[in-house]
Design a protein. Structure first.
Length: 316
């Protein structure tokens, strides 16, 4: 090919440029489609990385990002030495692990159950009812939860009618994680079920037919056909979840948080919100956010490597 190009008197680089231009002209519609997503990534994902340098500076409005005094790792050291560090890290990791582990089985069980329902209209109804909470905003979910679990709410009224005493669910530190996780399960299980139903739909029907001919029961078909088929999907979702182990969103936690449950509800994200937006310690909060991102990236690589070592499924 190179000899042919040289024979025609065209350098390789010039030929490559002309070939690229021809491809762009030929498929300009496809390049136009990916243009806006690329611009979005550059503007909102890559450009802000330049601003992350304030984590290593003592930022102030007067000097700006580039002229603020350079302090190196001082902000990181301040966070690691702060008395809140151990409590914030423990609460964040504990809540993340609880959320991840509790969210593994429900969508898998629901997806398998729906796939074996013979009355398809009932199955579609159940799927729609479980999927609808995903479209409810977090604020509305917390509002419903607050009304149900308040001292004058229906749950406490039932407890009192049965002879018990009222429980201050929203003020008990030990109940915060359970409220957070199970309200999230109610909201997200239906959405995750759709993912596993898609994986089950890709299973070759001949596998089930062969299992039935061999006399396999429903439980054996689930164990030897369905579960191995959806296991790669479950592993991928688990890897992605572990990549956000320190990056829990602060909105839901902040809405459930109060002075009584602060001992277990205060996580790194809510702490960054307080010191960043309320106290306006921008360099300090950016350093903590950068620490979260680095740890999340390390966890993603680590869990992916473990999954690749002990199984055949991994992100890369």
């Amino acid at each position: 090919m190179i000899k042919k190009l040289e024979k025609n008197g065209l350098p390789l680089t010039q030929h490559s440029k002309k070939t690229l231009i021809k491809r762009i002209k030929r498929h300009w519609q496809l390049y136009l489609i990916i243009f806006l997503p690329i611009v979005y990534l550059i503007v909102f994902k890559y450009t802000p990385i330049l601003g992350s340098q304030i984590a290593f500076r003592k930022y102030n409005f007067k000097d700006g990002i580039w002229n603020s005094p350079w302090v190196g790792f001082e902000n990181f050291q301040t966070f690691f030495k702060s008395p809140q560090f151990s409590r914030l890290l423990t609460n964040t990791i504990g809540l993340s692990l609880y959320n991840i582990l509790a969210g593994v089985l429900p969508p898998i069980i629901l997806a398998i159950a729906l796939s074996y329902i013979k009355f398809k209209r009932f199955g579609k109804t159940v799927q729609m009812v479980t999927y609808m909470p995903y479209f409810i905003s977090t604020v509305l979910v917390i509002g419903i939860l607050t009304q149900l679990l308040s001292l004058s709410g229906p749950i406490n009224n039932i407890i009192v009618s049965l002879g018990g005493e009222k429980i201050h669910f929203l003020g008990e530190p030990g109940m915060f994680k359970t409220m957070y996780v199970f309200s999230g399960l109610w909201q997200a299980t239906g959405y995750n079920t759709v993912i596993y139903l898609s994986a089950l739909a890709a299973v070759d029907p001949q596998l089930h037919e062969a299992a039935i001919v061999d006399g396999a029961s429903i439980w054996q078909r689930i164990r030897y056909v369905d579960i191995p088929s959806i296991l790669p999907t479950a592993v991928i979702l688990l890897i992605l979840s572990c990549g956000h182990i320190l990056s829990l969103g602060y909105e839901k936690v902040l809405l459930l948080q109060n002075d009584l449950n602060m001992a277990t509800s205060d996580i790194i994200s809510t702490y960054v919100y307080r010191i960043g937006l309320r106290s306006m310690q921008y360099s300090y909060s950016t350093a903590i956010g950068l620490f979260q991102s680095v740890v999340s990236l390390i966890m993603l690589f680590l869990v992916n490597k473990i999954a690749k070592k002990f199984g055949e499924t991994s992100l890369w």
